[in-house]
Write a new protein. Sequence first.
Length: 504
Amino acid sequence: MEWCAAGEEARGGDIQNVASELRRTFISGITRSLEWRKAQLKALLCLLCEREAELCHALALDLGKSAHESMISEIVYLRNSCKLAKKKVKKWATLKKVPIPIVAFPTSAAVVPEPFGVVLVISPWNFPLVLTLDPVIGAISAGNAVVLKPSEVSQSTSKLLAKLIPMYLDTTAIRVVEGGIAESTLLLEQKWDKIFFTGSSRVGRVVMSAAAKHLTPVVLELGGKCPVLVDATADLDVTARRLAFGKWNTGYGQACIAPDYVLAEASVAAQLVAKLKKVLENFYGKDARSSKDHCRVVNRRHLERLRSLLEEESVCTTVVHGGEVDESTLYMAPTILLNPSLDSAVMKEEIFGPILPIVEVDSMDSAVEFVKTRPSPLVVYMFTKCKRHQQNAVGTIQAGSVVFNELALQFMLEGLPFGGVGESGFGCYHGKDSFDAFSHPKAILTRGFLLDVPFRYPPFTEYKKKVVRKVLDYNNIGALLALLGLSRDHKSISNFEADARKKK
Ligand code: NAD
C-alpha cells in the first residue's frame, strides 16, 4: 500500500478506510460464497506458481535464502495448502447435523461454520511468505475479508506481496498494509473480528491488550525455547544429521520451531558434539561462510544480539565449535556450546540464530523435569528409542507439539494442528485447523409447530414439575411420553430413578 506523505494522521485515515471498505465488502456477502473463496484460492495458487522467481529473489534479499530452501520451506508448502483448501473448502463449509437427545424431539440441530468477518493477520520476518500467506489461506477459505501486515524487517518480501496481491486477488476484500510498529499500532486500534498474530511473546501481549478493547478473539503463534532431548539409546549419526539440518538449514536457527538447546545424557554428549562437527563439515565444507546452502542472520541488530549472547563471561569459554562473526556479510558461524551456565542469557532467552547450546544431564527423567520447570515451548524434540521416555514426554510435558526422532517435519503435515500453549501462544492452524481458526461454529436448532406440550409452561403443578425434571435428568422415554401427554403412567415415572440407578 502506498502511504500519502502527510504522516501519521493520514496513515491512520488510510488504515481506517481500508478497515471500513473491507467491512462493507464483508457485509455485502460476497466473501461468503464458495465460488469467491475458490476463485481467490486459485488466484493465490497462480501467484505462487507464476511468481516463483520473484518470490525466491525477495527471500534471498531479505534473508540470503537459497532458492531451494525458499521452495521447500515456503513456496511448495503454500501451494499445497492452497490446493488442499480449494479441494476441501466445500466440505469444510458444509452444515453438519448434530444428534439430538430424545427429550428434544422433534427438533433438528446442526452446526454451520460462519466467517468471523474482517480479520487481521500480522506476521514476522523469519519465514515471511509462509507465515503471512498460510493464515490468509485459512481466512479466505472460511469466507473472511482480510488485511495482512507483513514484517517491515523482511522488507523485500513485504513490498513484493504489496505489489502482487492486488494483481491476483480481490482488493475489495484482501489487502496488504505495509509498515512497522507505527502501522501495526494503528491497525490494532481498529475493530477486527479476529486477529491472527505470529511473532514474539512480547508483542503478543501488545496485540492481546489491543484486541481486548474490542473483545476481538486472537490466535497467538509465539516463540520460546524449543528443547531437544537426546538419550543414550538414540542413533547418534541420524540424530546429528537431523539436528544440524533442523538448526542450520531451516532459517539458520531463525525459526520458531528450531532447536534452541539440547539436553543430552552425559554418556553421549561429547560424541554428539563430535558428530555435529563432522556433519557441519559435510554440509557446508571447512568454512561454512562460503556455503550457499544456509541463509544468513537477518540484520545487524540481530547479529549484535547474538554476538552479545556469546560474549557473556560464563558462555564464551564454552564455545566448542564456530563463534566467528563477519559483520560485512551478516554472518555468524554455526556455533556449538557445551555446558554454558543455566543462568546465562543464552539458556534463558530465545536464541533465534545459529547458536546451539548442549547441556549434559544425568538422565532423561531429569531432562524432562528441567523442561517442565521452564515456560511451555512450542515444540519438544526427543531423540530416543525408549518407549518409556517417549510416554513420559507426551504424558507430562506441556508443549505445543512433541516430536520424536525428527525435526521441524511436524510443520509440514497438514493433518497436525500447529500452535503453542502457555508462553508459546494459543490457537492453532494448518489444514482444516486453519479453516476452523477463522470460523465461528454457529449452532442452529430448528423445530416445527407441532407437539407444543403444555407440561413445559406454567402454572407448574407438582406433577408437572416432577415429570419435567425427570425427563431432563434422565432423558427418559417413559417420562417423555408422559410429557407429551401420550401416557399418564405414574408408576413408570416414579420408577425413573430406579432405572437410572440401574443404568449407572
Ligand atoms: P515481532 O514480535 O518483533 O514482530 C512480529 C510482527 O509484529 C511484525 O509484523 C512487526 O511489525 C509487528 N510488531 C512489532 N512490534 C510491534 C508493536 N510494538 N506493536 C504492534 N506490532 C508490532 O517478531 P519478529 O522479530 O518479527 O519474529 C520473531 C519472533 O516470532 C520469535 O519470537 C519467534 O519465535 C516468533 N515466531 C513464532 C512463530 C510461530 O509460528 N509460533 C513463527 C515464527 C516466528
